[in-house]
Design a protein around this ligand. Structure first.
Ligand code: ZN
Length: 165
């Protein structure tokens, strides 16, 4: 199902849109081969008519499969817009185009998601890059008995939140 809302329905009350959008429908056109978008976009949006415009706000999430630019390790990068909001005018020069009363949110989502994509994907900010075998061996021997690393999948949002602070 495309990410659209019928503006007629907005005349009466707010509209909630929640679900997943196949990432192919976002048409991201990624040029960076270190970043792959294959998982669906999760959205949870509320649309509201405000005089001559439509206010859209809510949550957007997309998990990217990246490769670290330094160590080439695959990792997940969560693009999370917890307070996404956009005001779309229905009148005037910048008014949004409707097709059979349907408002397509996809272009606005695409634009704002792309702004949050990593420019230079790193598995972690201090990634030292590829290590030589000898160094890796030494590290293992002096091992500090560290606890197992958290799985990337479950931790991806908390990791991102930390980054944003
Ligand atoms: Zn790395």
């Amino acid at each position: 199902m495309p990410l659209t809302a019928n503006v007629r329905h907005l005349e009466e009350r707010e509209v909630l849109l929640k679900g997943e959008l196949p990432v192919s429908e976002l048409c991201l056109d990624l040029q960076d081969e270190l970043i792959r978008a294959e998982r669906p976009l999760e959205y949870d949006l509320q649309l509201e008519k405000m005089e001559e415009s439509i206010l859209v706000q809510g949550v957007l999430r997309l998990v990217l499969d990246c490769e670290c630019a330094r160590c080439l390790r695959p990792f997940q990068f969560g693009v999370h817009l917890p307070k996404w909001a956009v005001l779309l005018p229905l009148e005037g020069e910048d008014k949004v185009s409707l097709c059979n009363d349907l408002l397509d949110l996809t272009p606005f989502v695409r634009e704002d998601m792309l702004l949050e994509f990593p420019q230079h994907p790193l598995c972690r900010p201090e990634c030292p890059g590829l290590k030589k075998n000898s160094e890796r061996g030494r590290e293992r021997r002096s091992g500090s008995g560290e606890s197992p690393k958290p799985q990337a999948g479950s931790d991806v949002w908390t990791g991102l939140d930390k980054l944003k602070l």
